[in-house]
Design a binder for this molecule. Structure first.
Ligand code: MG
Length: 252
């Protein structure tokens, strides 16, 4: 009887250990996969096929109100938000794909029902345009039936507060790092999505977040030592350019 009890404890603790590992998010998709590129449809598919928990991507609203996937603030010396779709569309990604429209990208995401989408809206200088981007993003995600597996992140606090208001059921995480756990909670965030250095500098931050019912995500974690340290400190989500490394590490 005692042996059965001990075995049950061991099994339960093993299950607990497995479930406590951080969930792995491919940063800009699994863009290191063959034939992929950052923020491409191929990188989204590769993240889905690898079995990542989530896939992160970067979104801008063009001057003529099209949501597109693009990371940098500028394209050929001009801010992306000041360009029309036509001006951006002659850009091809490193894998030869055309610049993805958000709608086309999200339609591919529909094919991977297990994959969570980590939707980063880039901070727009024009705040009227940024508010429009928030509304258009939420409307598109909801129209395509992806609301229950889309989280929103941004370095723009205003954009995050816009998502919290426009999609009250969605989880919204802040990227910029200066808000404390209690400030995040007061503003309605689901948690922090901070540079991994911030967790290192504040080793109790994850505990403080958890104590308030909030979650923790770290970017962009590419070293095994940091992956291990964050897992040992009960990080919830890990954003990485090396999802296959993190997934193998966390399944060991
Ligand atoms: Mg991003």
């Amino acid at each position: 009887m005692k042996q059965i009890f001990l075995s049950a404890i061991l099994i339960l603790s093993a299950l607990w250990g497995a479930s406590a590992q951080p969930k792995v998010i491919a940063h800009r998709g699994y863009w290191r996969a063959e034939g992929a590129a950052q923020n491409s449809v191929a990188s989204l598919r590769a993240a889905g096929e690898l079995g990542c928990w989530g896939s992160e991507f970067d979104v801008w609203l063009t001057a003529d109100d099209h949501l597109v996937l693009y990371h940098d603030d500028e394209f050929e010396g001009r801010r992306v938000e000041e360009l029309s779709l036509a001006e951006l569309q002659h850009h091809t990604l490193e894998n030869g794909e055309p610049l993805p429209l958000l709608e086309d990208f999200l339609r591919v995401a529909q094919e991977y029902p297990e994959l969570h989408l980590v939707f980063e809206l880039k901070p727009h200088n024009n705040k009227t345009q940024e508010r429009k981007a928030v509304q258009a993003s939420v409307a598109m995600v909801e129209a395509l039936g992806l609301a229950d597996r889309t989280d929103y992140i941004s370095f723009s606090k205003e954009a995050c507060l816009g998502f919290i208001a426009a999609a009250p059921e969605a989880k919204v995480y802040y990227l910029n790092g200066e808000l404390s756990a209690s400030e995040l909670q007061e503003l309605g965030f689901a948690g922090a999505d901070y540079n991994h250095f911030l967790y290192r500098f504040q080793p109790r931050l994850i505990k403080r977040l958890h104590a308030l019912g909030l979650e923790s995500n770290a970017w962009t974690v590419n070293k095994r030592g940091t992956m291990k340290w964050l897992a040992a400190h009960a990080l919830d989500y890990l954003t990485t350019d090396y999802p296959e490394v993190a997934m193998t590490l966390y399944s060991e």
